[in-house]
Write a protein that binds this ligand. Structure first.
Ligand SMILES: Nc1ncnc2c1ncn2[C@@H]1O[C@H](COP(=O)(O)OP(=O)(O)O)[C@@H](O)[C@H]1O
Ligand SMILES: [Mg+2]
Length: 490
């Protein structure tokens, strides 16, 4: 029995050298080993010979034509599984031949091996290769005593050794590290969308593309506020627009937009927005809109438990009769930075700021998400009470470290990426915090105004007045008439 096991083990361990020298020549063992090594070539030759002997030249022609034809048909019928299969084959090939064959030499050259007594050495194991849009990912099992930081220190050397522009090192759990061999900077090129898929799950909202070329998602449940900052023209409004285009297609979402730039940037959303105000000077009109959202928040906080059975909006199912409300205030410093305002306007500005502050602090359990965008993220434009309560932050290109810190917080001081480094030409690239609290660069997709307009028109029927959900009406009829004249619709 044990002899049988030994024989089995020996067979499984093929084609290792078991029989050497004259014995190998005499028994023909060398030939078996050679054939095993060239098994792919042998298999192909056998198939070709079989096809030829069976069907003659027709067989050979079929053999040459059928596989590409089948592959093409597969690709047309089910592109996902075809891509998956081709990627799996390519990854396997690269594991064996492109990276596997050089792995030991590269690891030793980059000083990531461990010598063992007797002159030999141990190397971390290359377990798997996978393909991502940005390049190849090498999944590595670390040696005892090694940490991902050891690889991060040698990232430059690894990049040169593998002949790629950059190697990114990520921790992949205990004892594991992933090396991303970057062949292409995905963030360099704009991603223009000609349509945006509807957001069906607010807990998983696609918002931008990461450096690995994959979509990043955010969980908007249990979030009260988001702050985004960046110099004019860095892509704030465009980023927010692409996000809004997905969200407004959800019947359980209502949008309220206040545009402090006072231009036409947001006019596309008017047919779908519960309220839209592009006033940059008439702060009364802005206050009326903000008051309405604030009123809805108070109404929900007071009645939600009694009427719907839960105090927290996010513990209830999403329902068009009780929509999540997104309040976007673009260029919010127009209303919060009181420098240079006359006394009366200042009073209004303070009232707006107070309402926004309350929304940011208490809106979460009422299902109201306040989103503030500004080109001036400093404390005079964005009170710290507001900023510090915004749990999600996005920094597009900024000019100074202080501005970066004002948006992202002190974490930016020690981070490897900074919004200050984003080149001017890379509009739409921003720095955000990941779920794990690390900072990373992402690119927001670009949706042009006409596409956004088409989407908003398509789903205009989903628009509801906030008053339908318990928000107070804006003052009296006179006020409404005044607002209409000022171009405000609530
Ligand atoms: N994600 C993006 N991809 C490509 N181009 C962009 C992107 N975001 C912005 N842009 C370009 O930059 C311009 C200014 O963007 P915008 O969002 O209006 O800047 P901001 O609101 O920060 O002042 C846009 O008109 C567009 O041409
Ligand atoms: Mg803007």
């Amino acid at each position: 029995m044990s002899n049988l096991l030994t024989l089995l083990k020996t067979l499984l361990a093929l084609p290792r050298k078991r029989v050497n020298g004259a014995a190998s020549v005499l028994t023909g063992w060398w030939l078996i080993r050679l054939l095993w090594r060239l098994r792919l070539l042998v298999a192909v030759t056998l198939v070709v010979l079989f096809a030829y002997s069976r069907w003659g030249w027709v067989g050979l022609v079929l053999l040459a034509v059928l596989p590409p034809l089948l592959s093409f048909a597969w690709r047309v019928l089910h592109p996902q599984s075809h891509t998956w299969f081709v990627n799996a084959l390519t990854a396997r090939h690269r594991l064996r031949h492109t990276y596997g064959s050089r792995w030991d030499a590269v690891i030793v050259a980059c000083d990531l091996h461990r010598p063992v007594p007797g002159g030999a050495h141990l190397t971390p194991e290359l377990v798997k290769v996978s393909l991502v849009p940005v390049g190849d990912v090498l999944h590595v099992r670390l040696l005892d005593g090694q940490a991902p930081a050891d690889f991060a220190r040698q990232a430059d050397e690894l990049a040169h050794a593998f002949g790629v522009p950059e190697v990114r090192v990520t921790n992949a759990g205990p004892g594991r590290v992933e090396l991303v061999l970057v062949l292409l900077d995905v963030l360099a090129q704009p991603v223009t969308l000609t349509d945006v898929p509807a957001v069906t799950d607010l807990r998983k909202v696609r918002f931008a593309i990461g450096e690995d070329g994959l979509w990043r998602t955010r969980n908007y449940a249990n979030i009260a506020a988001e702050v985004g900052g960046g110099v004019p023209g860095s892509g704030k409004t465009a980023g927010e627009t692409s996000l809004a285009c997905g969200l407004i297609q959800n019947p359980a979402v209502q949008y309220v937009v206040v545009d402090g730039k006072g231009g036409e940037d947001w006019s596309w959303i008017a047919p779908r927005a519960a309220a839209y105000c592009a006033e940059d000077e008439d702060l009364n009109a802005v206050l009326a809109v903000v008051e309405q959202v604030h009123g809805l928040m108070r109404h929900r906080l007071k009645t939600q438990k009694a009427t719907r059975g839960e105090a927290n909006f996010w513990n209830l199912p999403l329902d068009p009769a009780h929509p999540a409300v997104f309040l976007v205030v673009d260029e919010v410093q127009t209303f919060t930075d009181t420098k240079g305002m006359d006394n009366e306007t200042k009073q209004l500005a303070w009232q707006i700021t107070a309402r926004l502050s309350a929304l940011v602090k208490k809106g979460r359990s009422a299902g109201i998400i306040t989103r503030l965008l500004t080109q001036k993220p400093t404390s005079d434009a964005l009170p710290t009470a507001i900023r510090d309560n915004a749990s999600v932050r996005t920094a597009w290109r900024v000019m100074s470290k202080d501005a970066a810190e004002a948006i992202l917080g002190p974490i930016v001081r020690d981070a490897e990426v900074s919004p200050v480094d984003i080149p001017e030409a890379m509009r739409g690239v921003a720095v955000v915090a990941t779920d794990a609290g690390r900072l990373e660069r992402v690119r927001f997709p670009f949706v042009d105004e006409h596409t956004a307009e088409t989407i908003a028109a398509r789903v205009a029927g989903l628009r509801r007045e906030l008053t339908e959900f318990g928000a107070p009406t804006t003052d009296n009829e006179d006020q409404e008439a005044e607002d209409d004249a000022a171009g405000v619709r609530t």
